[in-house]
Design a protein around this ligand. Structure first.
Ligand SMILES: N[C@@H](CCC(=O)N[C@@H](CS)C(=O)NCC(=O)O)C(=O)O
Length: 196
């Protein structure tokens, strides 16, 4: 087994934090992305991280497929929730993360190629979800997929998407994040700053 990851990826970070929390050890392989020469492409044509290589011909892609697979490998509390409210909370944060990734990708384009409409759409989406989180963090009270998604999403914003002032007007969310950020799995997986 092997986990392909990139240091800046919040999705791969969710899996890396999950491994640290559950005590599962899987060798890590750092890979390049959006690169025709990437060592990931021969095993996963999607070319995204995280990718969990299980054996020749079996490479799991998509974070929310890898986490339940990890749950088969440890005896502790499950990472994937089953209660509808927790699943809904997880889904909102995955939607937030996806929106931030689209917003961030747009900002990596030359300024004259950026779509103002798309930037506005994604900023509004992110603010809506963050406002909902400010009003209710009850479903993020234990280390599960929701917790991993929430810490990875705002951990990304802290270092790789600082253009979004997500803390402004959201003291409850900011305090929750600052406390979660002290956890050792979070500290051990900090992404490099990107300058955005
Ligand atoms: N839906 C996927 C998203 C994974 C994803 O977008 N990963 C990014 C890094 S954060 C990636 O590998 N990008 C490379 C590309 O888009 O080609 C998941 O949940 O795992």
């Amino acid at each position: 087994m092997k986990l392909y990851y990139s240091a800046g990826s919040p999705y791969a970070r969710m899996v890396r934090m999950a491994m640290l929390e559950t005590g599962i050890t899987i060798p890590l392989t750092e890979t390049t992305l959006r690169d025709p020469a990437s060592g990931l492409l021969p095993i996963n044509p999607v070319g995204r991280v995280p990718t969990l290589w299980l054996s020749d011909g079996v490479a799991l892609t998509e974070t929310l497929l890898i986490l339940p697979f990890l749950d088969r490998l440890h005896a502790g509390p499950k990472l994937m929730p089953f209660e509808p409210e927790r699943l809904a909370a997880l889904g909102r944060v995955m939607g937030l993360l996806e929106g931030i990734a689209v917003w961030n990708r747009e900002l990596r384009r030359p300024e004259h190629e950026r779509s103002p409409g798309l930037l506005t759409l994604e900023a509004r989406r992110a603010n809506r979800v963050a406002d909902a989180l400010e009003r209710g963090l009850a479903w993020f009270d234990r280390i599960d997929a929701g917790w991993l998604a929430l810490t990875a999403a705002f951990g990304y914003c802290e270092r790789r998407h600082t253009i979004w002032r997500w803390r402004d007007g959201r003291p409850t969310l900011a305090a929750w994040f600052d406390s979660a950020a002290e956890r050792s799995c979070f500290v051990a997986t900090l992404p490099p700053p990107s300058g955005i």
